[in-house]
Design a protein around this ligand. Structure first.
Ligand SMILES: Cc1cc2nc3c(=O)[nH]c(=O)nc-3n(C[C@H](O)[C@H](O)[C@H](O)COP(=O)(O)OP(=O)(O)OC[C@H]3O[C@@H](n4cnc5c(N)ncnc54)[C@H](O)[C@@H]3O)c2cc1C
Length: 539
């Protein structure tokens, strides 16, 4: 298989020219595996399979991470809450993966975050039970979490989180999990897969599965930008389409029964000064006692999430006024001086949890977050469920199934447990390049890691590109250029919503900047016939 790797070794810079070449290559090569879906799970599978030497293609009908993987709570966590529903295996696996991502795979993107979990009179879980839960959490992480949990008295809580409601407060626990930029984690996993030889393309959708003799032998795909269609031959097709998984399963077998229970989760963003929280705070909704998070996000606070059944098309998920009311009601109950109203909300977003359908009609929050991997009689491998936190482990399991299904079935070494993502940088190696102010440097380092000098080089070449896209957020115009030249961004929304977080930090400002960004990137997109800056050696 060594020849596969040299033929398929891929580009690190996903330029417009590389996208163009990759789409053409889809129809020209026989792949071991075609992955449908460029969310975190599809990205993880493509990377794992490419690292094991398989010939991999990945297509995504929208932008990478445009589905659930940019609409999560952005926590890389063991899932303390899942202890309540007895998911000990999931918590154990998630704790191991959290620590692996934080220490080794993506320390530049996965950062520790301190959580304060207050307990009030009448709460369903009192201080004693919560203490047991915290010990279980630390134990399931093999005591390797950032720090052990701590007990806080009422007085200590008053000091640490002074705006939190004091009435009825009995004490709190302080514990640690991690936070990330979900869209960037997905993108960097895609870039890493590409660097290992995966042929990846966004805005390319699956339209049909190709079959021969009762077996899937590839797929017909359409480039959404040109309308061109290609038949992609592949030994194995993997359905990693998250909330769309049943749609794709029906392309394989129109009679297949639903495997998912979709639930909608909404987040809102408000200026942090309005709440004044220091820590990530765990709250219980006064309406239904569900757990919610109030997460500090630099000078803003991310609040979420709702959890309600969803039955429409996954392409049309919207935030409704009642979703916002539910979240505001909870925050106001615990931070009474905030008196938040809908006019404080600077942005909101909704995502769908692709949960494995249970046999009964239990409450959405009580549905297990575990995943299933199923293979149809025609050979389609579908991933049902799966969290952001556990994507690496799930990808490893899916790749094991792929290898089993391959005609040549060579055993290959698993590598994703130790090989970091391409931007991995240890804090000790951080430097402060000159042409950017400190706030931009910190922001760029956190997001690009070792790739940061490439962004700085763009800014150095043209000073105008050092200016901000919107005044109050530290994202530069150079990043928009970089996103097109190396991260396969093809429109302003890709840049404003996923390559940066401008849309979710200030929706109105993002709208105002969209036209200028389209004008900035248009000439770069036109250069699709020119060769990429760090081009593919393989096509
Ligand atoms: C509100 C909310 C909060 C969450 N918070 C957390 C959290 O804090 N931590 C955590 O670990 N997990 C969290 N999760 C769960 C986690 O975000 C998801 O499980 C994960 O992102 C799912 O990734 P995925 O790749 O399976 O699906 P997706 O990210 O949805 O990716 C599937 C992709 O398939 C593409 N696709 C669909 N049909 C086609 C087609 N025909 N052709 C080509 N492409 C197609 C879609 O466009 C989409 O991009 C949260 C989920 C929600 C909804």
């Amino acid at each position: 298989m060594a020849s596969h790797r040299s033929i398929f070794r891929g580009p690190v810079a996903l330029s417009p020219a590389v996208r163009h070449a990759n789409v053409a290559r889809l129809g020209q090569n026989l792949f071991d595996v075609l992955v449908i879906g460029g969310g975190i799970n599809g990205a993880g599978i493509a990377r794992d399979a490419a690292l094991r030497g398989l010939r991999v293609a990945l297509i995504e009908k929208g932008d990478f991470a445009s589905g659930t993987s940019s609409r999560s709570s952005k926590l890389i966590h063991g899932g303390l809450r899942y202890l309540e529903i007895g998911d000990f295996r999931l918590v154990r696996e998630a704790c191991i993966e959290r620590d692996r991502l934080r220490r080794r795979i993506a320390p530049h993107l996965v950062k520790p975050l301190a959580f304060l979990f207050p307990v009030y009179d009448g709460d369903p879980v009192g201080l004693f039970r919560l203490e047991l839960g915290m010990w279980a959490y630390d134990l399931l992480a093999a005591f390797r979490n950032i720090r052990m949990h701590r007990r806080l008295t009422r007085g200590q809580v008053q000091q640490l989180e002074s705006h939190l409601r004091q009435e009825g407060l009995r004490g709190a626990k302080l514990y640690y999990d991690c936070v990330t930029d979900d869209a960037r984690l997905t993108l960097e996993t895609i870039l890493s897969a590409s660097a290992e030889g995966a042929v990846v393309a966004n805005y390319v959708g699956l339209i049909a599965l190709l079959k021969d003799g009762g077996k899937i032998v590839g797929a017909r795909v359409r480039d959404q930008r040109t309308g061109d269609e290609h038949d992609v031959p592949a030994h194995v097709v993997v359905n990693a389409t998250g909330p769309w998984v049943d749609e794709v399963r029906r392309l394989d077998d129109p009679a297949s029964s639903p495997s998912l229970r979709l639930t909608k989760g909404v987040h809102i963003v408000v200026p942090r000064t309005r709440i004044g929280n220091t820590f990530a705070v765990v709250l219980r909704s006064p309406r239904d006692h569900r757990i919610l998070f109030v997460i500090p996000w630099e000078d803003q606070t991310l609040i979420g999430t709702t959890d309600t059944d969803f039955t429409g098309s996954p392409d049309q998920v919207t935030v409704e006024p009642e979703d916002v009311d539910y979240l505001l009601e909870a925050v106001n109950a615990f931070f009474p001086q905030a008196a938040l109203s809908s006019s404080d909300v600077v942005s909101s977003f909704a995502g769908l949890r692709p949960l494995v359908a249970p046999d009964d009609q239990r409450d959405p929050s009580a549905v297990s977050r575990e995943e299933h991997i199923v293979t149809s009689s025609f050979g389609l491998i579908s991933l049902i469920g799966g969290k952001l936190t556990t994507f690496r482990m799930v990808a490893e399991n899916v790749t094991n199934k792929i290898i089993h299904a391959l005609p040549h079935n060579h055993a290959r070494r698993r590598r994703t447990r130790s090989v970091p993502l391409i931007g991995n940088i240890s804090p000790a190696k951080r430097t402060s390049p000159k042409p950017l102010p400190t706030s931009e440097i910190a922001n760029h380092l956190d997001r690009y890691g070792t790739r940061m000098p490439e962004v700085v080089a763009i800014v150095q070449d043209e000073r105008e590109l050092a200016s901000r896209i919107v005044a109050d957020l530290p994202y530069t115009k150079g990043e928009a250029v970089y996103a097109v030249q190396t991260e396969m961004a093809v429109q302003a929304e890709d840049i404003l919503r996923r390559r940066t977080q401008i849309s979710i930090r200030n929706d109105r400002a993002a709208h105002q900047a969209a036209e200028e960004i389209e004008a900035l990137i248009a000439p770069l997109l036109d250069q699709k016939a020119s060769s990429p800056s760090s081009g593919s050696s393989g096509s």
